[in-house]
Design a protein around this ligand. Structure first.
Ligand code: NAD
Ligand code: DAU
Length: 332
């Protein structure tokens, strides 16, 4: 039985990945997670104890990382500081975790010659104009805008260098915006859902025209496993499900699904440097590796996600007040 080391496995996508592995493979999983404000033990509750183990620790801890990497077959690196707004408030943990943490993992997989998959974001490519027919491809030049996306871009470049200079057996994937269960309520979709559920009004940044390319987290994770199984070492794969929507459209859809008037939201201060539009061309992944998104539609996925937040208030309620207080300080 293969052992997969999942960094950041108590976070949103990582926890869903561990759940996906339990349902779809025979692997054993070791999660390495620091349990920052974004990590939650509860996201791994109910999983089989003989197949999933949580190690609480930092990906910058070289000794711990070396021991865990030595004992696994493959490393899937999700752990990161992941929120743009936080990176504008304080970039420092982004530099440490996203750059030094990735370097620490790369040194360990180099030492022990382990297969490594690096989880990254479409934000490394910057943004597109609203009326531009283009989408990001694997050939789009890097042009990140925020402290978050620039540290993710830097970490991707470290991986490429470790492949070329040291022969590390790595692949990289850059995915668009994920939605689904277990996402921290600081993020756009769960923030608006939990705003309505707690009697607050949803908050739309700037003009609300900004476009994100939404993909269900299970489709992202199925693509990651496909790349680990069939991807070519040294290659980058873009992951996306043709889910472009403006932020205004998403807020209106959430309000409709929750039985509210679709204009019951507030326009608030814009994010500094706010990327206008992301859009992914995932032709390479689809044609070379045969992956397809399977989630029926954004509307159905969103309805299921709303249902999950309604049914799991205990998972998010404690974080709500502090999250909103931090946003209020910056007029959002
Ligand atoms: P998240 O913030 O929900 O989870 C991050 C996890 O990493 C948390 O459990 C946290 O405790 C852990 N962590 C943070 N610093 C750590 C450290 N120093 N050592 C060990 N663990 C640490 O993030 P997410 O949204 O699940 O994103 C996961 C990955 O996917 C990130 O690399 C992110 O850049 C990438 N990504 C996210 C999206 C998205 O839409 N959320 C899209 C594309 C790519
Ligand atoms: O594209 C992939 C990226 O998607 C990932 O790399 C990041 O880790 C992930 O956080 C996400 O980044 P975004 O900045 O796009 O996501 P966020 O949920 O913060 O915001 C989505 C959009 O909604 C963005 O245009 C800002 C806007 N927004 C956000 C919040 C929190 C609002 O209008 N109102 C809000 O309250």
């Amino acid at each position: 039985m293969e052992t997969v080391l999942v960094t950041g496995g108590a976070g949103f996508i990582g926890a869903n990945f561990v759940r996906w592995l339990m349902a779809n493979t025979m692997t054993r999983v070791k999660v390495l997670d620091k349990l920052t404000y974004a990590g939650n033990r509860g996201s791994l509750e109910g999983l089989p104890a003989d197949r999933v183990e949580l190690v609480v620790g930092d990906i910058c801890d070289a000794g711990l990382v070396d021991t865990l990497v030595a004992a696994c077959d493959v490393v899937v690196h999700f752990a990161a500081e992941s929120h743009n707004d936080n990176s504008l408030r304080d970039p420092s943990p982004f530099i440490t975790t996203n750059l030094v943490g990735t370097y620490t993992l790369l040194q360990a997989v180099r030492t022990h010659d382990k297969r490594y998959h690096h989880i990254s974001t479409d934000e490394v490519y910057g943004d597109l104009d609203l009326d531009d027919p283009a989408k990001f491809t694997e050939h789009t030049p890097y042009n990140p805008s925020s402290p978050y996306s620039s540290t993710k871009a830097g970490s991707d470049l470290l991986v490429r260098a470790w492949v070329r200079s040291f022969g590390v057996r790595a692949t990289i994937s850059n995915c668009s915006n994920n939605y689904g269960p277990y996402q921290h309520i600081e993020k756009f979709i769960p923030r608006q859902i939990t705003n309505v559920l707690t009697g607050r009004r949803p908050k739309l940044y700037g003009t609300g025209e900004n476009v994100r390319d939404w993909i269900h987290v299970d489709d992202h994770n199925a693509a990651v496993w496909t790349i680990i199984q069939k991807g070519q070492i040294g290659q980058t794969y873009l992951i996306g499900a043709d889910g472009e929507k403006s932020n205004r459209e998403v807020i209106e859809e959430i309000l409709r699904l929750l039985g509210q008037p679709d204009d019951a939201y507030d326009m608030v201060a814009d994010r500094p440097g706010h990327d206008l539009r992301y859009a992914i061309d995932s032709t390479k992944l689809r044609t070379e590796l045969g992956w397809r998104p399977t989630y029926p539609s954004f509307a159905e996925g969103l309805a299921a996600t709303i249902g999950w937040y309604e049914a799991h208030e205990s998972w998010w309620a404690d974080a709500k007040q502090a999250t909103e207080a931090a946003y209020a300080k910056q007029g959002q």
